[in-house]
Design a protein around this ligand. Structure first.
Ligand code: GLN
Length: 307
């Protein structure tokens, strides 16, 4: 069966489930998003683009940005990064604070909020926040081959005004010496990376290098080496869905990174990069209908990293 036909079938089967879950309301700008939105895009390693539903509409990628900032930070400091952040699944919520005390301010992995705030701090080193934000945005534009990708300042400001828990995480890590820049600056970078708006098509396109051993098959540019691409995928599989990473691996069987905007980026190594968007979240803060759609899609294509 052709991928476009599979996508069409998934979309049809998903229709009764669209609107499932609860839109993130702790960030006021996200609480206003229409829960009936649903989009999906598949970009294959041979450059074909397949779409369903609202695949061309930009949404707030939120924590999906953490996959891109991790890639940048590894490029900047290499394996030295692992002295400041771990590589283990946390088994706790994305914004949990409890582990940090036991583990002396070293977050479990780069995808929980604390870990991503450390990554933002690494990217900020030696730069002004504006420069770091420019670097992140330029990288995501380069990956997506689309200069219209933007940061949504309203979303960033909305989160900044209500991000008490992230401020707690950052201050706590600073007390252990694991945040090097002023906390407000590091958080400013973090909130703005989370505010990047992209469509499913742009997002799937941006993730394509991870499906192709680190080399973007469309631009023919090497973004990272094969080993690094593998390792980023491994982290997405084990940590990309927080305390639901095991469940996502069980149901979908592919590396994925979710965001509270309701997006999920999934990598099918050697095959395609897939993005889905449906704003309603499950109890773990991952897109409810999005996960269900990916489960269906993986089942119908037979794609899985587990054979
Ligand atoms: N910006 C969000 C936050 O810090 C990101 C969380 C997420 O997408 N899981 O809470």
């Amino acid at each position: 069966m052709e991928i476009q036909d599979i996508l069409h079938d998934v979309y049809e089967e998903m229709k009764p489930h669209i609107g499932e879950g609860k839109v993130a309301d702790y960030i006021p700008a996200l609480a206003r998003v229409d829960p009936q939105k649903f989009g999906m895009a598949v970009v294959t390693v041979d450059g074909q683009v397949h779409v369903a539903g609202d695949a061309a509409e930009p949404f707030s990628i939120q924590s999906i940005s953490k996959a891109f900032t991790l890639t940048l930070a590894l490029g900047r400091v290499g394996s030295g990064l692992w002295s400041r952040v771990g590589r283990e699944p946390s088994g706790t919520a994305f914004n949990s604070i409890v582990q940090l005390e036991h583990e002396h301010g070293i977050p479990r992995n780069p995808f929980i909020n604390a870990g991503a705030i450390v990554i933002a701090d690494v990217l900020l080193a030696g730069h002004k926040p504006r420069e770091t934000l420019g670097e992140i945005l330029q990288f995501v534009r380069y990956l997506s081959g689309d200069d219209t990708v933007y940061m949504d300042d309203d979303v960033a400001k909305s989160e900044q005004a209500t991000g008490f828990r992230n401020a707690a995480l950052a201050n706590y890590m600073r007390s252990f010496g694991n945040i090097h820049n002023p906390v407000e600056m590091t958080l400013g970078v973090y909130y703005h990376q989370c505010s990047i708006a992209m469509s499913c098509v742009q997002l799937a396109r941006a993730g394509l290098f991870l499906a192709n051993g680190g080399r973007d098959p469309i631009s023919a540019q090497t973004v990272v080496g094969r080993e690094r691409a593998r390792r980023i995928n491994a982290l997405m599989l084990t940590c990309g869905h927080y305390d639901a990473s095991g469940d996502f691996a069980y149901r979908v069987g592919l590396p994925g990174k979710s965001g509270v905007g309701g997006g999920i980026l999934v990598i099918a190594p050697g095959k395609a990069s897939i993005a889905v968007w449906s704003p309603g979240l499950n109890a773990n803060g991952n897109s409810a209908a999005g996960t269900r759609a990916l489960e269906l899609f993986a089942k119908k294509t037979g794609w899985s990293v587990f054979g």
